[in-house]
Design a protein around this ligand. Sequence first.
Ligand code: DX5
Ligand code: ZN
Length: 229
Amino acid sequence: MPTDRPTIIAPSLLPANASRFGEEAISIAEAGADRLHWDVMDGVFVPNLTLGPWIVADVAPLVDIPSEAHLMVADPDLLAPEYAKAGCSTIIVHAEAVTHLHRSLAAIGDLGVGAGVSLNPSTPPEAIEHVLDLVSHVLVMTVNPGFGGQRYIATMEPKVATIRQWIVDRGLDVDIEVDGGIGAATVGAAARAGANVFVAGSAVFSHPDGRAAAIAEIRGGADRESHPA
Ligand code: DX5
Ligand code: ZN
């Protein structure tokens, strides 16, 4: 079910031109993004390798919107403090990447930043049912992690709806973020299911009318479902 929580657009910088990361981040912030989404991949948890904390440390201070680190890594307990130090206000770990998820999320909270937990497409929502009190948001993957430009997996919508119902029933202050294949054609269904935070990479960076138009289009598509006029 749709939520009345604020719509948040968090473009992924995975498609950004790495030779101009600073300018790209500034451009995304000026285009109306609410948050920067940093896709951190270690080539082990996912078959791709991206960026270290030093890049985030150099770029995050250039914009006045917060950064979140999406840790697609085999050892998030080791790396979470590095991305917090680099300036991320939210650290997202995958439930599948840790042995003791409750302890890992509590440790992120102890760093003084928001803890997020992410679920791969095949992971049931029950995997995070007992840690909802420790997180600021749940990230439901709507693609298999590792790459941008993939097709949205609509069968994740019931998972979003289940988690949203738990959050409402328990009166928790938790966002639900969807990540992967989000754009004008898919954001409405994700918002209807209960998501309020939307990651978009290719839909923002390759929009024919530019980044501001892309972000406005995604925001409008979400608000039409969750905040109907
Ligand atoms: C995939 C990443 C996503 C991805 C989104 O592993 O977590 O954030 O970059 O890219 P698009 O929006 O192109 O699917
Ligand atoms: Zn991501």
